[in-house]
Design a protein around this ligand. Sequence first.
Ligand code: DNO
Length: 409
Amino acid sequence: MKQTWRWFGPQDRVSIDDIRQAGAAGVVSALHHVATGAVWTPEAIATRQAEIAVMRDGSPSTLDWAVVESLPVSEDIKRQTGAWRDHVAAWRASLRNLSAAGIGTICYNFMPVLDWTRTDLAWRLASGATCMRFDLTDFAAFDLHILARPAAVADYDEALREAAGRRLAGMSAAARDRLARNVVYGLPGAAEHFTLDDVRAHLAAYSGIDADRLRANLIDFLGAVVPLAEDLGVRLCCHPDDPPVPLLGLPRVMSTEADYATILRAVDSPANGITLCSGSLGARPDNDLPGMMERLGDRVHFLHLRNVKRETAALRGSFHEAGHLEGDTDMVALIGAALREEARRRAEGRADWSIPMRPDHGQDILDDLTRQAQPGYPAIGRLKGLAELRGIITALSHKGAAENATARG
Ligand code: DNO
C-alpha cells in the first residue's frame, strides 16, 4: 500500500516537511483555487507538483503528487443542466493534462450540493482531544428551523422533531450560527462557500431530480469520461456519500455496496473504480467494510482508512470520528482484505497492484489543538493514525504473520 497524505496546498498549516516526517510516500492534493467546471492547465498542475517536490530548505522532498482528490464534478453535470457539456469537456481536458503529468489516480464524488457534512467540527472527548461529529438531532434542528426547509417535516419522526425543537430552544444565537456554518458554509476540500440562501437556491434546482435520475446522470457522466481514462491508463475512483444517507431532501446514490455494484456494472471498465472510504461508509451499520474490500477489491483504486463510532443502532443516526483503530469498523480485517487484494493483483501481473491509501481525518491532539489546520486534517492526529495503520500493515505483511496465526490456532 502506498502511504499517502492529503495536502491542501501552500496555505495548508501542515507542511510538506511535516508530511515527509510523518513517513508518507506520496501526496494527495487538488487545485482548490481553480473554479469547478474549468480546465486544470498543464502549468497549474506543474506548479503544484513543484510545490510538493521540495522541503522548506529547498532539498528534495522525495514525495510525488500521487492522487488527485478531488477533480470536482459541477452541479450542472450532476443535474444535466446549463453548461454541463462544456464542463464534461473541461473534465476530460483535465484528465489528459493530469495523465500527461504522470498522475494516474483521480478521485471525485457525485454528492449533490454538499460534500461531507458534520454538525460539530471540534467535539470534545473525555481525554481533551477533539473530533468531528454528526449529531442527528442538531442536524434536524438545522434543517427544520435554521434552514427552515418546508419539506423537512416529512424527513424526521415526531420524537426527533420534538427533540430538535428543544435542542434549538436551548441554543444561543452564536451556537445556532456555528451549527449553520458547520453544516453548509463550506468544508475543507469544498470549493464553494455557501450562505443559507445559496443552499435554498441549490435545493430548488434539484427539485425534479430523484435518486434514479441522479444515478442515470452519473452513468452518463462515466460514459463520457471512462473510455478516455481507460485509453490514458488513468484510474477514476468515486468517493462515497458522507454520511451515506440522503440529506436535506437531496438524493444520494453512492452510499452502499449495492450502489457501488450498480455503477461498476453500468460502466464496466477497470478505469471506473472506487475510493473505499471506511469512515464515510462506516457510518451505516449495514455497510460491511472488510466484505466490500473482498467483493469490490478489483476496482478499489484508493483507500481512505478512518473509523467512526456509531452512537445508535439506527441506519441513519449520530456518529463521531473515533481513533483509527477504535470505532465500529474492524480495521485489522479491512487492511487484511486490502493486502490480499494487492497479493492477488501482483500474481496477475497488474501494474497497479499497490493501492494508495491515506490516513483519513484524525482527532485533534497535542499541538493540533492550537495549530488550527483544516478541520479533520490535523498534523499529529493524522500522524498517530498513520503510525497505527502502518503498524498493522507491517504486522500483517510480515513473513511470520501466517505462522503466528496458525500457532494461535
Ligand atoms: C473529506 C473528504 C471529502 C472528499 C471528497 C472526494 O474529508 O473525504 O471531502 O475529499 O468527497 O470527492
